[in-house]
Design a protein around this ligand. Sequence first.
Ligand SMILES: CC(C)(COP(=O)(O)OP(=O)(O)OC[C@H]1O[C@@H](n2cnc3c(N)ncnc32)[C@H](O)[C@@H]1OP(=O)(O)O)[C@@H](O)C(=O)NCCC(=O)NCCS
Length: 276
Amino acid sequence: MIQHDPITKEPYIRLPAPLSHIILTPPRLEEDITNNNNNNNNNNEAGNPPTGDLSAAITALNDPRVFLWLEGPPYPYLADHASSFIRRSHAECQRILRSAEQEQEQGKWADGCPFTDIRDTSLPSPSPSSGPVESGDAKSIAQASKIGDFKVVRYPFYELARGSDEQRDARLRNEALTAGDEAIEWSVGFWLAPSHHRQGIMSAALQSIISEWAIPRMNAWTIGACTFVENTGSKKTLEKCGFVFQETIIQGSAELPEAKGGGRRDLHVLKWRRNI
Ligand SMILES: CC(C)(COP(=O)(O)OP(=O)(O)OC[C@H]1O[C@@H](n2cnc3c(N)ncnc32)[C@H](O)[C@@H]1OP(=O)(O)O)[C@@H](O)C(=O)NCCC(=O)NCCS
């Protein structure tokens, strides 16, 4: 169920017990949690991400237990990388949320998922001076520490030759489909801070995103994912949520920097298909 912080009005999803201390929220800028301005309609790419969110991303994405499994983020992962990623993601998610409100009223579908941040409400606040000073649940939501990241995007067709015309055309066709079209192929990617690995969090988060948003608000029917073949944790997480192994792509990754092991890595593609 989508809930709203009574003070900031930020929407969030709470994971089911025994993980109810974990919530999923859109990306935040300082103003979302300090001004108490009920402003979920801004499209601000210039604001500052909360320092706690920046340091959570920087710490995790410089930790080999995380970055060695991710092709995309640069390494070393610097403050500028984190800051511009959060700002871009904030603008995109605010756009989705803004249009999702109107879309729901008009019986239309959302064009993506705004719940990208995984947060732990049981941890001490990373910046005790910020956030609303109300007591109880609302305070812990606005100040909940970021522990991971989740992204839903249009599927990039990993199985087609990287950079080929065929892959480019497939992406363009998929991106041109209107929100809610059953033919859209979506894709997920995620990471979690090592302090929170192996507690069932990512599989519960993925299940919640699928059942609380991707099905009812996006009308998603197909979701793909791609892992390095050695990434047992990611594959088991996906399989637990109903994803099924499709194929291995030999040397399917980009050329990796030395810090990530160098060379090109073999990939596994998995897909989730909605049962009617
Ligand atoms: C992959 C990752 C997101 C898993 O998150 P998590 O919250 O630890 O996963 P869960 O606790 O929900 O575990 C789901 C299943 O996978 C298994 N699992 C998780 N990590 C595992 C590991 N390293 N080795 C073997 N199995 C693992 C769990 O045992 C569980 O299966 P079970 O219920 O049958 O016991 C996390 O390890 C991570 O962030 N890794 C680094 C980044 C990454 O790999 N991202 C994905 C890139 S494709």
